[in-house]
Design a protein around this ligand. Structure first.
Ligand SMILES: [Mg+2]
Ligand SMILES: [Zn+2]
Length: 192
């Protein structure tokens, strides 16, 4: 947490879904050989890194299903965090839910346990923060937690875009690539 901020105002954050948002969603990926960053992610995060804290919030039911272990998850996720670090991008913390939907835990998106923890631990201004994801549950999570939301049509987003309407979930914006989402957030930061 060695980053310097321009002002002493409350910190803003971006809550990032992982699979389908930052990296290709290869359905329960946990092997390094399946790791692939999506286009525009590095450039987009670099654009925003001086102004925002980055967190990953990811549902990992592959753990609950026994497809891979918590250790496998960490190994794979650390590879992502290290890859970003090489580009001078800092992920402050990764929050993951290892449960199945049927477990009815309180950490699986769209449940907001992790937003609560982020607010408490890092004192972020959640109303001026953003959630970016490729699934309706990411958007519902952001809305439930009180942040702005961006739905990406990368990953599973294209497949689920019509679900937004049928579920009555309204993201702040919809974009087709990560960099466009980052530009939108960047513009928004300059405004206020
Ligand atoms: Mg996703
Ligand atoms: Zn959970």
């Amino acid at each position: 947490m060695g980053r310097k901020f321009r002002t002493m105002s409350k910190k803003k954050a971006i809550l990032l879904d992982r699979d389908g948002t930052l990296i290709e969603d290869k359905n329960y990926a946990y092997k390094i050989e399946d790791f692939k960053l999506l286009p525009g992610v590095i450039e987009g995060l670099q654009l925003l890194q001086n102004e925002l804290l980055f967190f990953i919030v990811t549902n990992q039911s592959g753990i609950g299903r026994g497809y891979y272990t918590v250790e496998d998850f960490h190994k794979f996720n650390n590879h992502l965090v290290e890859t970003l670090k090489e580009q001078n991008i800092e992920i402050i913390k990764t929050y993951f839910c290892p449960h199945l939907k049927e477990d009815k835990c309180d950490c699986r998106k769209p449940k907001t346990k992790f937003i609560g923890e982020i607010i408490k631990e890092f004192d972020v201004d959640i109303k001026r923060s953003w959630m970016i994801g490729d699934h309706p549950s990411d958007i519902q999570f952001g809305i439930n937690g009180g942040c702005n939301t961006i739905f990406l049509t990368t990953g599973h987003g294209d497949k689920h875009i019509d679900d937004l309407k049928s579920l009555g979930i309204k993201p702040t914006c919809i974009y087709h690539d990560f960099y466009s989402a980052a530009e939108k957030i960047y513009e928004d930061l300059q405004k206020k």
